[in-house]
Design a protein around this ligand. Sequence first.
Ligand SMILES: [Zn+2]
Length: 281
Amino acid sequence: MTVQGMQPNHSNHPGELDQPVYVVDTHIHLDLYEPGQTAALEQSLESPELEYVVAVSMGLESGRRTKTWAERYPGRVLPAYGFHPEQTLPSEAELASLLAWMDAHAEAMIAVGEVGLPYYMRQEALEQGRPFERQPYLELLEPMVKRAAAWDKPIVLHAVYDDAPLVIDLLERFSVKKAHFHWFKGDARTVEHMARNGYFISFTPDIAYEEEIQTLARRYPVEQVMTETDGPWPFEGSWAGQVTLPTMVHAVAGAWARIHAMDIGEAAVLLRNNARCCYGV
Ligand SMILES: [Zn+2]
């Protein structure tokens, strides 16, 4: 028989006070850290309150290095392989090698990624008056989307502003449901479309100081958001000059909780469950 009131710290809300707050970094580039940053990165990865990270890659060589991290931290570093769009297109032979390597490692991958469209490269080209063709990047994205569909794995997307609707079209064409638009930014109509389709987005530490991101955080369904760092990408605000580490997602969860006037423990449990829904772990 249990007696009410005999467990003073017990709460019906898991994650409050009596339980550690677990967080997940759903987007990080482990292979892009400098050798001098490795010790700090390892310490952060080994933190007992960090449950796991989704380690995305840039291409084949990056994928190989990410795989090494995943082998060193089984269950804690979950690798994703793909081709980051903000770089020169691969040659046909390079793409064939990458796709063959992804096919060979399909089982070990948590997701396909990072893939998407080169918004920032295109902007830079347009600002400098240079032509820029988006079509070849869309063609590169197609075999990635097809693989996510065939393997029933999530796809990690770099697709912001006016690139996002094109990517949504592709996802819908291949019936891909588990999509994660990391560090998303875009117009209200696209945001609504993504929310309706059940896509996930994730917030980086800039949720603490970027109004555009805070507005998005208010607007997006709380069951479809996650935390990330996009490390080693550097941040401003109280993180200026600091190495971006996976444990910084605690602060992301805290900032998101404040926006929703939620208890941090409650928010962390919700964000962690959302990552489970998206990534299946
Ligand atoms: Zn990234």
